[in-house]
Design a protein around this ligand. Structure first.
Ligand SMILES: [Fe+2]
Length: 195
């Protein structure tokens, strides 16, 4: 278990990320990562997995052209351990980084990052605006509909599932469960910077 605490991580996130969309994404991936840690035998590391999720896009808002390349320098400000830096950089594997996800934590990050974006986009067009009553079956239809949330790269999501050795179905089901479980908490945290 690493020494870094969540308060420091959140302060760094807010220093480099001001847009509500990016903050919500960071908190969402934090929630999903914590949930994955807790449900896949890494209970003791759940806080750390969460911090990895919270900080994975730390450089994206200000340095979109240096995504994953700028991150190590920013993470050094809080003396982030190598395991955190490696995980953050590896989430761009094959996109903006050549560092491959190795640890299971890194594979979960890679697999869920893009998918949370797709699930979030879909939630916005549903009457409830919630993940809690979203069905995997309907989500799969949106996944197949190339016109829907065209910015969410389906190949990255597929690749993420493969790296975990999972079927896409399992990845969607578990990520949706994780997002539903953390939804209220994240909405409460987002109320502070969203109108
Ligand atoms: Fe992300």
């Amino acid at each position: 278990m690493e020494k870094l605490n969540r308060e420091q991580a959140l302060a760094l996130l807010k220093k480099y990320n001001k847009e509500a969309f990016h903050l919500r994404h960071a908190l969402t991936v934090e929630g999903v990562m914590k949930h994955y840690a807790a449900t896949h035998g890494y209970e003791e590391d759940a806080e750390f997995w969460g911090i990895v999720g919270l900080l994975h896009d730390i450089d994206f808002e200000n340095w979109p052209d240096q995504h994953c390349a700028k991150a190590p320098e920013l993470l050094a400000e809080i003396d982030a351990p190598e395991s955190l830096v490696h995980a953050v950089v590896s989430h761009g594997y094959g996109i903006c980084s050549e560092v491959e996800p190795e640890h299971e934590m890194e594979k979960f990050l890679f697999a869920s990052d893009e998918l949370t974006g797709l699930i979030w986009s879909y939630s916005l067009m549903r009457p409830s605006k919630s993940y809690k009553d979203m069905e995997v079956k309907s989500l799969k239809k949106k996944f197949k509909d190339k016109k829907f949330a065209a910015g969410c790269d389906r190949d990255i999501i597929r690749r993420g599932a493969e790296q975990l050795g999972w079927e896409l179905d399992q990845l969607m089901t578990e990520t949706l469960v994780a997002m539903a479980a953390t939804e209220d908490d994240i909405n409460a945290q987002c109320a502070e910077f969203e109108d």
